[in-house]
Design a protein around this ligand. Structure first.
Ligand code: C2E
Ligand code: MG
Ligand code: MG
Length: 761
């Protein structure tokens, strides 16, 4: 009642009450008048009735007001409930005793509280019910304790509750003045997911930026201070990002560069456009000099004002260096670092052009290193390479001002500056030769190499690069064939010889097919003169030049690769021939070193033996030490395969090479052939006699039979016999002839000469 009066008082509609009172009074006054006719006005009954009327009137007024108030309150409650239940969040309100006084539908459904929820239920009950329903993954007691502790201090208590079904509810508990609190419960699942996605995206972007291999720098557009850099920037600058962030270019880079960078930065920010700064050098704080390009990108804020400046650096230092290196390698020889053949070709073309313009002369020197192959072979490739390096150094030292190139294994060329020729070239060639008179020591090995030099002068020896180089080569060829270590200037005759040589080489290509080759057979005999076998020697019957000696055409065949076909023809023909002899004499065939370098020689020999039916024991292969120079291991492996077939291997021209002795150690030869140059000089050279004696003694010591070549006289035979030589070969026994001339020896009946037939007829 008091409350209702309170409401009424609050309602303050006193006019209604007054009006109700007055109305009641009037009604009862009229009744009083009606009664007055029988009752006096002063009668207390009248007053009582009037007062009762007034009170009744006021009562009616009260009732009317109360009904209105109740209606208004109901309307307000309905509005409040409508508002509460239409809130996006859940809402709950608790009084000072922690009892629930107000809540909305969202609160109820959000936590699946169902039957538990009722007005006046305690917070603990609700929390326990939520825990049971799986909508509070926290300890209810602990939750309540934390809540109370916060509220007791008058502070807000907020918590994000992550529910097992994945929903996230943000709860905000706000204390009220009555000692209770109002709590809002907002389902922030989507927001959280979006935040998480944003975080993930941000982390992903950060990871990308961090791992981009190009340096990325973000600066503040206002003061150009570094705000963000990635890992590649740390590497590029050579310092940690902690020492970069917050600094500006002036703190990191040299002054001269800083001005340019600031100008570029400012220019880009002002223009608002992407800008590109081409190749430029940057001296970094900890990574030396780098060559880079830079792309700048200004970033504006939402108001369109410049906010950031992103710079992407493209560090092209390594690419530039490798380009330079590749360019260098393309024009330089990696062993000596001298210009190579390509560089030489370019240089000579340019020099010819220049000399033609200024009408001056210059020289081209082709240089061949003597004995290099032997050094390589005896001491190994690393020593050979070091020797080439030293040769290059000496050449460059002597040829100062000239262009020195390495154009082949042991071939070098020099292009002199334009000067008075041939005097300048002569002086240079002599200085070069002198520079190689002293020993070279490599890896504690002492060695001496000589130079053989061919020279051609522009313009008289050639007005274009190709002719000039060809003629310098011809002069070198001549120098080598005359004497190692000599210097030859080009002469016209050499050119003619060179042309003749090339023509002959052309003809040789067709010689095998056209049946121009033949074999002559030279007998080999024991010391009593009994013939034990023959050496097959190739002959070329040239249609115009007549008989060309093997000393001329074998090197031509080797140079041009024809030796492969030619050698096979010799082997097949000789084996076929020997297989047909009734006397089982042996047949010796010469092999060129080139035949060992290309193809599978042992297989070829095997096939030829099968095809011709010759017993391997009757075949003797003669090789020179040239076979073992170069790829020694491969050559020895091949020789072993040949020997395993039962074929014998003889060391030919023994004593003429560089290290014949060392080769005797490396392979068990079946025969040693003393070169004919020693035998020829036996009578007038004590040295030859001594060497011949020594070789025979050595062979006997090794248990290897020795054959002396070029025995022409009985005196030579006697000497050799006395020294213990096993066999001889030479004009004394027989000259190289077609096999018909030795028909009887091989066991055939010689064909009767036509004239004899006529005579007998
Ligand atoms: P070689 O293998 O040392 O052959 C011996 C050479 O010495 C032959 O010269 C032979 O005629 C010559 N000769 C032998 N005894 C005497 C003599 O008492 N007095 C004189 N003045 N000379 C004598 P040829 O036939 O001119 O052969 C020269 C070289 O050509 C051979 O030397 C051999 O290295 C090479 N050769 C010949 N035929 C072939 C072949 O079919 N294949 C290969 N790869 N080389 C061959
Ligand atoms: Mg021979
Ligand atoms: Mg020989």
């Amino acid at each position: 009642m008091i409350k209702t009066l309170g409401y009424l008082a609050k309602f303050r509609d006193w006019r209604t009450l007054l009006f109700a009172g007055a109305a009641g009074f009037c009604v009862f006054s009229v009744l009083a008048v009606a009664v007055a006719t029988k009752v006096a006005l002063a009668d207390p009954t009248i007053l009582l009735i009037s007062t009762g009327g007034a009170v009744f009137g006021v009562f009616l007024g009260f009732v009317g007001c109360a009904l209105r108030v109740i209606r208004k309150l109901n309307e307000q409650n309905a509005r409040r409930d409508f508002a509460l239940n239409n809130m996006a969040q859940g809402l709950s309100m608790f009084d000072g005793q922690h009892r629930l006084v107000v809540w909305n539908k969202n609160y109820e459904t959000m936590y699946g509280l169902g039957a538990t929820i009722r007005r006046g239920c305690k917070i603990r009950e609700l929390l326990v019910a939520r825990h049971a329903a799986g909508t509070l993954p926290l300890d209810p007691a602990q939750y309540e304790a934390d809540l109370r502790a916060a509220l007791d201090q008058g502070s807000m208590f907020t918590v994000d509750v992550e529910m097992p079904d994945g929903r996230v509810i943000a709860v905000v508990n706000q204390p009220t003045s009555e000692g209770g609190w109002v709590a809002t419960h907002e389902d922030i699942t989507d927001r959280k997911r979006a935040e998480r996605e944003l975080d993930n995206t941000r982390a992903f972007l950060d990871m990308i930026v961090e791992n981009v291999p190009s340096p990325i720098i973000v600066k503040d557009a206002a003061d150009l201070k570094y705000l963000l850099v990635n890992r590649a920037t740390e590497e590029y600058f050579g310092v940690d990002r902690a020492k970069i962030i917050g600094k500006n270019s002036a703190d990191m880079l040299p002054k001269a560069l800083v001005q340019t960078i600031i100008a570029e930065d400012r220019g880009t920010i002002e223009s608002g456009e992407i800008s590109y700064q081409g190749e430029h050098g940057v001296i970094t704080p900890g990574n030396g000099m780098r060559i880079v390009t830079a792309t700048r990108l200004p970033v504006k804020d939402i108001d369109g004002k410049p906010k950031y400046l992103i710079t992407v650096i493209h560090d092209i230092t390594d690419r530039k260096r490798s380009e330079q290196r590749i360019a260098h390698l393309a024009h330089h020889d990696s062993t000596t670092d001298l210009p190579n053949r390509a560089a030489f070709n370019e240089c000579i073309e340019a020099t010819v052009d220049l000399a033609a313009k200024v009408k001056e002369s210059f020289a081209v020197l082709c240089i061949d290193l003597d004995r290099f192959k032997a050094v390589n072979d005896v001491f190994g490739h690393p020593v050979g390479d070091a020797l080439l390096g030293e040769v290059a150094r000496r050449l460059e030292q002597v040829c100062q001002g000239a262009f020195v190139a390495r154009v082949g294994g042991d071939e070098f060329t020099v292009i002199t500056p334009t000067a008075k020729q041939p005097q300048a070239a002569e002086a240079l060639a002599e200085r070069l030769a002198a520079a190689f008179e002293s020993d070279i020591t490599i890896a504690s090995h002492q060695m001496r190499v000589g130079l053989t030099i061919g020279v051609a002068i522009y313009p008289q020896d050639g007005a274009d690069a190709a002719t000039l180089v060809g003629n310098a080569d011809a002069a070198l060829f001549r120098a080598k064939s005359e004497a190692r270590g000599s210097i030859r200037f080009f002469e016209v005759a050499m050119d003619q010889q060179l042309s003749a040589k090339r023509a002959l080489q052309q003809d040789l290509r067709k010689a095998v097919e056209q049946g121009e080759l033949a074999l002559h057979y030279m007998p080999q005999a024991n010391m009593d003169g009994q013939i034990t076998g023959f050496e097959a020697l190739a002959r070329w019957h040239h249609p115009r030049h007549g008989l060309v000696p093997p000393d001329v055409f074998i090197p031509l065949a080797e140079e041009s690769g024809i030796i492969g076909a030619l050698g096979e023809w010799v082997l097949r023909t000789a084996c076929l021939e020997a297989a047909a002899w009734p006397n089982r004499l042996h047949i010796a065939v010469n092999l060129s070193p080139v035949q060992f370098q290309h193809g599978d020689l042992p297989s070829l020999v095997h096939q030829v033996l099968l095809d011709t039916g010759l017993s391997p024991a009757r075949l003797e292969l003669e090789i020179t030490e040239g076979v073992l120079i170069g790829d020694f291991a491969r050559a020895v492996a091949m020789l072993r395969r040949l020997k395993n077939m039962g074929v014998r291997v003889a060391m030919d021209d023994f004593g003429t090479g560089y290290s014949s002795l060392s080769y005797l150690q490396s392979f068990p030869f079946d025969k040693i052939k003393i070169d004919r140059s020693f035998v020829a000089n036996l009578s007038h050279s004590r040295q030859s006699a001594t060497i011949t004696r020594a070789v025979i003694a050595l062979s006997r010591g090794l248990g290897v039979p020795v054959v002396a070549e070029g025995v022409e006289t009985e005196a030579q035979r006697k000497f050799l016999a006395a020294e213990g030589c096993d066999a001889i070969q030479g004009y004394l026994v027989g000259r190289p002839m077609p096999i018909e001339e030795y028909a009887r020896t091989v066991g055939r009946t010689p064909a009767r000469p036509a004239i004899a037939l006529v005579a007998s007829a």
